[in-house]
Design a protein around this ligand. Structure first.
Ligand code: ANZ
Ligand code: ZN
Length: 815
């Protein structure tokens, strides 16, 4: 027996596992199913440290469920459409597929070496025509239901990537991918009607066991506000201005109005005297980013439009201004300004010397400006209605009732969520299966003509030009209209890659299925995903889109479930020297190099042991060398065991046995609560204790030692599969340890320094139990009720009440 040689182990076990194929989902009803999903990979290069982390964490869970005997579905695939491949193809004058599929092969090899428990038989790539055929099919079903539609509007435009971006892809005013400042362009584009689902996306969050932080981000992104529309008459104009307000109770304090300068309304309202001033202002506003406009820090700017409206409750003439703190595409693009209660309005009023009227009574000691807190209404009465004295909520409903009765307004709910802009003017994406016919309009590509494959373009043809490169493929573009047979043209945009990833978890269920995007029976068996593991950068992108898709599919009758992912685990980032790894900082760490130096198992162990999964891992503070040393120590135990296979542990050393069983029991709990690092620490403790038992305790021939080392191998197999397999073999077992089964815990051995618990029936002591000091109330109650003496004392009577004070007292009141 040589030394610990991770390279030899890696070379030895990989082919064995590939032959055994232990991680194929059985899907035969022989065990309870569990769908374990990790966010699929984007093939922009080889695997990096971030992948290594998320895969290592995810694999602990999946392998744990395998050990527990679940029928686990743990698929792997690639999110393989997207810009990087296209940009690389332009540079190298080749086809994007060359780069994409080359990287996929590289990553697949690395993933196999990294020993992850994936079911490779379900592998998919979203850029395969067999996959995107169904992306197109789903688009058409959305289209038929009015959930996919085209409209002209001002959209986010990345001048560098020469393509539009969804709101979700604009981060602080910049392109999420390349960091260029995003501008606005008016274009006709395809949208998914996510807004139809705003309320359900909110309501169903209740079904999700997700980190509160992510739920909060989605809640804020959807941005529900309850309020009212109110109409303001404008002097010299028939049509009133409609505003959206969350504070209709403050209507008496509306002393002016503000319109978004870039809304049509502003241009309509401006008087000839104010035209020049307005035009100058508008030019400045157009150069301002959305982020700047929403900033509360900025000095207020604006221009008087020369027009006046009438406050419907005070009858006063109030001036109408244009200012960029009001956004064109939220609410109605116009507001009633209430400086007394709104901070931005107060600042504006102060700067431009506009009247301020308080309509909520601030507390006596209040010396601020706008008062945004709770209080009684003041200055809010006319001949017909008075709100004075009412608290905000009551005042709101009173004024809305009044507005509704007068036909001047109505209750409403407003959402910040916009429809999902899905068209992209790029090549390497799923073509939109619509044909534009001069006589028939939009005509869907018939289902039997799917997939509508991409034309073969490469190199210079892909250069971004502001219109989709597909437009240049004339032979592809020009088609006969499926309806009238006349000359027509294909839509030349491609879909946002987030469309591809909104349903991939369904395709995994039946990747070969040809009668639809997925086999509905399979979806019924496996959905929802039990546990999803991935980065929190997807909080409002992928995670919201996938939820929308599943709800839409549910409404189409294709899916029973309404949510895709029941549980969510977000891992932190792997950083180096306190900073994100980047080329420019020169602090990148290469995963391949780490594996060459320390071996797969040590790298995986380091990722898992680093800390709570959600925390960032600073690689500079990590010690993969230390992980390697621990693995060697654990491995050496297997060679030391002298008790034969199958020896009865009950005759072994009790202290070591107690530690083994306690470690296994705790490990299960720690994994369930995602405290993987603590689980590893506990295994380390057991390894040390076992070493001691061999060297200076009961000795290597004690069956308790074998029991301990076998437990170490099984628990360690979740993290360090090569080492664990080697140990398992050394212990005299057949591969694979991955399916050895989770060790059975003997509850009797979990009782540590026991405490005596008194059990009373109707106030009289009837039994005494020896229990663990940390026993839970529920376990103690169960134990007490199971006692023979207690059953005898109850004499067939049920219990009316059981009072448990763990670990010392149980008091049973009989029925
Ligand atoms: C009067 C008022 C008085 C308001 C007050 C607030 C406080 P949320 O909660 O985010 O939905 N608003 C409406 N449309 C706007 C737009 N296009 N651009 C900028 N602001 C807009 O915000 C709703 C509130 O934001 C609305 O209620 C409106 O101001 C403003 F004491 O109306 B409020
Ligand atoms: Zn036609």
């Amino acid at each position: 027996r040589g030394g610990y040689d991770f390279n030899a182990m890696q070379a030895k076990w990989r082919p064995v596992w590939e032959k055994l194929d232990p991680f194929k989902a059985k899907d035969d009803g022989s065990a309870e199913r569990r769908y374990a999903l990790t966010m699929f990979s984007y093939p922009s290069g080889d695997l990096h440290m971030g992948h290594a982390e998320v895969f290592a964490l995810h694999d602990v869970l999946a392998r744990y469920w395998f050990q527990q005997g679940y029928d686990v579905l743990n698929p792997i695939g690639w999110d393989s459409f997207g810009l990087p491949a296209e940009n690389a193809a332009i540079k190298r004058n080749e086809h994007p597929a060359t780069y994409t599929y080359g990287n996929i092969e590289t990553q697949a090899e690395s993933i196999r070496r990294y020993a992850l428990s994936f079911d490779w038989s379900r592998r998919l790539h979203t850029s395969d025509p067999e996959y995107y055929r169904w992306t197109q099919w789903l688009f058409l079903r959305m289209y038929e239901r009015g959930l996919a539609y085209r409209k002209a509007s001002f959209v986010n435009w990345c001048p560098n990537d020469q393509t539009v971006l969804a709101n979700e892809q604009v981060v602080q005013g910049r392109c999420e991918r390349c960091g260029w400042e995003v501008t606005k362009r008016e274009l006709t584009q395809w949208y998914f009607k996510t807004t139809d689902y705003a309320q359900r996306l909110l309501d169903d969050m209740e079904l999700l066991q997700w980190p509160e932080e992510i739920l909060l981000m989605q809640r804020n992104w959807i941005g529900r506000s309850e309020g009212a529309f109110a109409d303001f008459q404008v002097e010299g104009r028939d049509e009133p201005i409609k505003v959206f307000t969350t504070r209709p109770d403050t209507l008496f304090g509306a002393t002016f109005m503000v319109v978004a300068p870039d809304a049509k309304l502003a241009a309509e309202l401006v008087t000839p005297e104010q035209q020049t001033a307005f035009d100058e202002y508008l030019t400045k506003v157009k150069a301002t980013t959305e982020i700047e406009r929403q900033s509360t820090e900025r000095e207020k700017t604006g221009v008087f439009l020369g027009a006046y409206a009438i406050n419907p409750v005070t009858g006063r003439r109030i001036p109408i201004w244009a200012a960029d703190y009001v956004l064109a595409d939220y609410g109605t693009g116009a507001i009633m300004a209430v400086p007394g209660q709104d901070t931005r309005d107060w600042e504006f009023a102060e700067k431009f010397d506009l009247p301020i009227v308080r309509t909520v009574q601030p507390p006596a000691d209040f010396d601020g400006k706008a008062f945004t807190g709770e209080g009684a209404a003041i200055n809010s009465a006319n001949d017909e209605i008075s709100l004075d004295g009412l608290e905000i909520a009551d005042a709101k409903s009173r004024i809305i009732d009044w507005l509704e009765s007068k036909g001047l307004g109505e209750r409403t709910i407003n959402y910040r969520l916009r429809d999902w802009l899905l068209s992209r003017q790029r090549y390497w994406g799923c073509p939109i299966p619509i044909i534009h016919c001069p006589s028939c309009g939009e005509v869907p590509v018939p289902d039997d003509q799917l997939p509508m494959e991409l034309p073969d373009l490469r190199g210079a043809d892909l250069q971004p030009k502001g219109v989709s490169p597909l437009a240049a493929a004339r032979e592809w573009v020009e088609v006969d209209c499926p309806k009238c047979g006349g000359r027509a043209e294909r839509d030349t945009d491609t879909m946002d890659t987030f469309v591809d990833s909104s349903w991939y978890f369904l395709r995994y269920l039946s990747p070969e299925y040809t009668d639809g995007p997925f086999d509905q029976a399979a979806a019924e068996r496996w959905m929802s995903v039990y546990q999803y593991v991935g980065g929190k950068e997807h909080a409002v992108l992928h995670l919201l889109y996938a939820r929308f898709f599943v709800k839409a599919l549910h409404d189409m009758g294709l899916l029973k479930v309404v949510e895709p992912f029941t549980r969510l685990l977000n891992q932190g980032q792997v950083i180096n020297q306190g900073k994100s790894m980047s080329k420019s900082l020169g602090n990148g760490v290469n995963l391949g190099d780490q594996i060459d130096e320390f071996g797969v198992d040590a790298v995986r162990l380091t990722m898992v042991f680093a800390g709570p999964p959600a925390d960032d891992i600073d690689w500079a503070d990590m010690s993969p060398g230390g992980s390697l040393k621990f693995l060697q120590r654990a491995w050496r135990l297997a060679g030391a065991v002298e008790a034969p296979v199958g020896s009865d542990p009950s005759t072994g050393d009790v202290e070591l046995r107690k530690l083994t069983h306690r470690t296994v029991a705790d490990a299960a709990e720690l994994i369930d609560s995602h405290r993987f690092n603590v689980m590893v620490a506990r295994v380390m403790e057991l390894v040390n204790a076992t070493r001691k038992a061999i060297d200076s305790g009961p000795g290597a021939a004690d069956p308790a030692v074998r029991e301990a080392v076998e437990a170490v191998a099984i628990v360690l197999s979740l993290v360090a599969p090569y080492t664990a397999e080697e140990m398992w073999e050394e212990l005299g077992h057949q591969p694979t340890v991955a399916k050895a089964g989770w060790p059975k815990v003997d509850p009797a051995l979990l009782v540590q320094d026991s405490v005596t618990c008194v059990v009373q029936v109707a106030g009289k002591v009837k039994d005494r139990l020896e229990v663990a000091p940390d026993i839970s109330d529920a376990d103690l109650e169960q134990l007490a009720l199971a006692s023979e003496a207690i059953q005898k004392a109850l004499d067939g009577r049920g219990t009316r009440k059981v009072i448990v004070r763990a670990p010392k007292l149980v008091n049973i009141v009989p029925a």
